[in-house]
Design a protein around this ligand. Structure first.
Ligand code: AHR
Length: 872
């Protein structure tokens, strides 16, 4: 982009022929403002409003720090507090050895507008360290300093004088140790926000309306929480000002001693010097059977309790048709796994005109569609040879038969394999979700006889036509996300409430009618384990992804845990499981996989040892992880092993961290990994979600998710893999509130969060470009590049549109004027998609023009925007 006299040309990014996006890209502003250059000058009193207090800390001796404002509120050095060289003037307050400086009473009324500024210099990063605060009775009425949860400087306030979560205006930049930094916090009740400025630049702004007055002391170098002194500052503090008014940006710049033009908004992207590669395995999926995600969800089986194992006492989901009597019969098992059957005593009136048998109500109804082929499989026998047996999909009242097929005769013993029938609906069949499956006979010879049924199954067409396969609409939605991996089978589902109800993979392979199933007691329903290990692997194969296999690690949710020799069988199970997945057909478990229908070994690179073992208060994970690690690494040294919490016994290849956050916390945490020690163990964020909305997230949560994900992408040299959780919820069984995708038995929809993730991971380059957002609080950004494509994602969590001046530094030549903008936005934070209105929030893509080395993009309120720019 040519410039005149060194001034970058103003450009306008406008939408080409897409009225729906009007206003998204608007008038340009000049960009390319000077870099921030630090200075040690202090603001002069002339620049600033009247102060409530001003401690220069220039005494350099004694225990008294004078207040140079008109209020003479001197502070007393406490504990190990002392003096050091000053940032402004000769001296500063040294709290390197501990202590603080306390002025009696509140220096100002924190229920009204106020501002506080200080130069700070941390001797050590980490934890909560408060530079300036005013005590309430239980908590401080504000906290200006470093926060542990965000890992950044922040200005925070609580809603009242009680412990609770805080409104946090967090910094966008990383804090540095042994460096002077100017912090300013502003509480602006008229605007309903609090702000944080770092070195004169507005870096954080968040809603806050609950101003209350702290009536206690004014503290420099500590805070109050839960009635006790906390947040010891380690380092130096200098030139603390307090004002009973809202400082303007210009006044804060003056206080920080920086030219105001270096504090204006700018998103600067360095095109020429990528920070690092985008992790090639970053976006994935996490699945466990929760909210009927598997049974009645993606596992396409339509019959609920097909194996009669869901209850020991009652044939739940089965009902009598035509006057039969139903019971569970352990004297007539199908096999050792399905060790009972459904006993159906047929009434004396069975015969022409009285069809008798059983009905199954499915998962909140059996779904029916026109022109559809269903496959039924069942085992049946009777006390004498009878027939035919009709299998029908019919309306709940039995008045309408949508499709049916017959078993001509059944004998007096269960056959070796199930009867298999094809049922087809016609072109005029309506799409209904409340049908039932019936198995009946009208054979007069069956009157007063007994019928036994087991494994009564009905499948619609499945994804890739896999027998015992997966629901097509849900798979389509997952495949569209192009996940790199699937983490399975849990989550709590892996662990079970007790060791007996863990995911015992050996019970989940082989013919489905030989799988006993187990109680999914973590989430409250029966799992047939029809969705077993091989089905998970084929699911992964169908998505062209790779498995992240979670192996059971000897801990159950209620606290049972196994150590020592007792752990050895579980370790062996994990080794066998890996062999089943990866072993040649000549190996024991590879041969078993081949016998199950998949001779080709599956690729496997990542194995996770357990799930959320920080819950194991016995502390046994250290030992358990070591046992699994040693055995797996000995046999499979190439496998990368994931720990579920920090361990000291071995060094895991990755650590799985889970984050379920409020949307505001997710938004504020976009910088969580920015300041991480780049040499520490890499991270797998194996579960995360901003939680708001039921059964799926609303727009506010989606914005939190997008801001959080932008941070993960930016830091994908540290966070190698990520997957949102939970993935699915049946709308009739929403036990976990906020999930990515929801459905009933007929239809499904995706949430705005799905779309936000789709946008950020499908418009993603191969390298992360350094992108510095200056004075753009509330925005989260990430820039990536692949060849001549530059993807710039901007998340605006605020309710005002924002003009974002963009500067592309280091362009080899230039950038095409035409670009593509994809935007997800909606009218309010609570706007969402539902089963009946699935497309309220969907991203829109349009062509825009005006892209240049410097341009301004106006991002709508409450929006996720991804610009795709073409480099020339
Ligand atoms: O995702 C829901 C649950 O959250 C998972 O089962 C568990 O790992 C976590 O606590």
């Amino acid at each position: 982009m040519p410039s005149e006299a060194g001034v970058p040309r103003r450009t306008v990014l406008t939408v080409l022929g897409a009225a729906s996006l009007a206003g998204t890209f608007a008038a340009a502003v000049p960009a390319g403002a000077a870099e921030l250059t630090g200075t040690s000058a202090s603001a002069t009193a002339a620049d600033l409003p009247a102060a409530a207090a001003h401690w220069t800390f220039d005494e350099g001796a004694g225990t008294l720090a004078a207040d140079s404002s008109a209020n003479s509120r001197s502070a007393t050095l406490q504990g190990a507090a002392g003096w050091d060289t000053g940032k402004v003037g000769t001296h500063s307050l040294s709290l390197t050895a501990g202590g603080n400086a306390t002025a009696s009473g509140p220096a100002l009324d924190t229920s009204k507008a106020f501002s506080v500024g200080a130069w700070v210099n941390l001797a050590q990063l980490g934890g909560y360290q408060t530079a300036v605060s005013v005590d309430g009775k239980v908590v401080s009425s504000f906290y200006l300093g470093l926060r542990d949860d965000t890992g950044t400087f922040a200005f925070a306030r609580l809603g009242s004088d009680a412990t609770q979560s805080a409104a946090v205006a967090a910094a966008a930049s990383a804090p540095a140790a042994n460096t002077w930094t100017h912090l300013a916090g502003v509480s602006d009740p008229a605007a309903g926000v609090i702000r944080l400025y770092v070195n004169g630049v507005l870096e954080g702004e968040t809603a806050y309306t609950a101003g209350w007055a702290g009536t206690g002391d004014t503290a420099i170098g500590r805070a109050l929480y839960g009635g006790g002194h906390v947040d010891q500052w380690h380092g130096l503090i200098d030139d603390v000002w307090m004002f009973p008014s809202v400082l303007t940006s210009e006044q804060v710049a003056a206080l920080a001693g920086v030219p105001v033009e270096t504090t204006t908004p700018l998103l600067s992207v360095d095109v020429a010097h990528p920070a690092h590669a985008v992790s090639p395995v970053l976006p994935g999926l996490m699945f466990e059977d929760i909210n009927h995600s598997g049974e009645g969800g993606i596992y396409a089986e339509l019959v609920q309790n097909r194996s009669m194992m869901a209850s020991d006492t009652t044939p739940v989901h089965w009902s009598a048709v035509g006057g039969t009597t139903l019971s569970l019969d352990t004297a007539n098992p199908l096999n050792a796994a399905l060790n009972r059957s459904l006993k159906v005593v047929l009434p004396s009136g069975t015969g022409a005109g009285n069809r008798a048998g059983v009905a199954n109500d499915g998962f909140w109804g059996i779904p029916v569609r026109p022109r559809t082929t269903y496959t039924a499989r069942l085992f049946a026998k009777a006390s004498r040879r009878i027939g035919p047996l009709r299998v029908a999909i019919e309306s709940a009242d039995g008045a309408t038969v949508y499709a049916s097929a017959h078993v001509p005769h059944i004998g007096t013993a269960f056959p070796g394999r199930p009867f298999e029938l094809t049922l087809r609906t016609g072109s005029r069949t309506p799409a209904v979700g409340d049908a039932r499956l019936t198995v009946t006979t009208a054979d007069p010879a069956a009157a007063r006889e007994t019928l036994w049924l087991q494994h009564v199954s009905l499948f619609p067409p499945t994804y890739n036509n896999r027998p015992n396969g997966l629901r097509v609409d849900l798979m389509d939605k997952l495949v569209a996300l192009r996940p790199k991996f699937l983490r399975f089978p849990g989550g709590n589902f892996l662990e079970g409430n007790t060791i007996a109800t863990r995911f015992n993979w050996k019970n989940t392979i082989g013919p489905v009618w030989e799988r006993p199933g187990h109680m999914d007691d973590a989430w409250g329903y029966w799992s047939t384990d029809g969705l077993g290990l091989l089905e998970y692997l084929e699911w992964v194969e169908d998505m062209h992804a790779q498995p992240v296999l979670a192996v059971y690690a000897g801990y159950a949710l209620k606290g049972d845990h196994v150590t020592g020799d007792a752990l050895k069988p579980f370790v062996q199970d994990a080794l066998d499981e890996i062999e089943y997945i990866t072993g040649p057909v000549t190996s024991t478990w590879g041969a078993r996989r081949a016998a199950d229908g998949h001779p080709k070994p599956f690729p496997l690179e990542y194995v996770e040892i357990g799930n959320e073992d920080w819950f194991d208060s016995s502390g046994s994970y250290n030992e358990r992880f070591a046992a699994f690690y040693d055995a797996i690494k000995a046999k499979y040294p190439h496998l990368k092993l994931i720990a579920t919490t920090s361990v000291t016994s071995r060094t895991p290849d990755l650590i799985d961290e889970h984050y379920y956050l409020a949307p505001s916390a997710a938004q504020a945490s976009t910088h969580k990994y920015d300041n991480r020690d780049r040499n520490s163990t890499k991270v797998f964020v194996g579960e995360w979600a901003a939680q708001e909305g039921r059964p799926t997230p609303d727009l506010n949560a989606a914005l939190g998710d997008a801001a959080w994900l932008a941070g993960l992408i930016r830091n994908s040299d540290q966070v190698l893999m990520e997957c949102y959780a939970p993935l699915f919820s049946h709308v009739k069984n929403n036990v976990w509130a906020t999930n990515l995708i929801a459905y009933d038995n007929l239809t499904s929809y995706v949430s705005p969060s799905y779309w936000a993730q789709h946008m950020l991971t499908s418009r993603l380059g191969t390298t992360v470009l350094p992108a510095t957002a200056r004075a753009l609080p509330g925005l989260a950004t990430v820039a990536t590049r692949a060849g001549n494509r530059l993807y710039l994602a901007v998340v605006n969590c605020g309710t005002e549109k924002v003009n974002v001046p963009v500067e592309l530094k280091g362009l080899a030549k230039g950038v095409k004027r035409q670009a593509t903008a994809t935007i997800l936005t909606g009218p309010s934070r609570t706007t969402t998609n539902t089963l009946t209105e699935p497309d309220t929030l969907v991203p829109r893509t349009s062509t825009v023009t005006g892209a240049a080395a410097s341009f301004t993009s106006t991002v709508p309120p409450l929006s996720v925007t991804v610009l795709e720019l073409v480099l020339t």
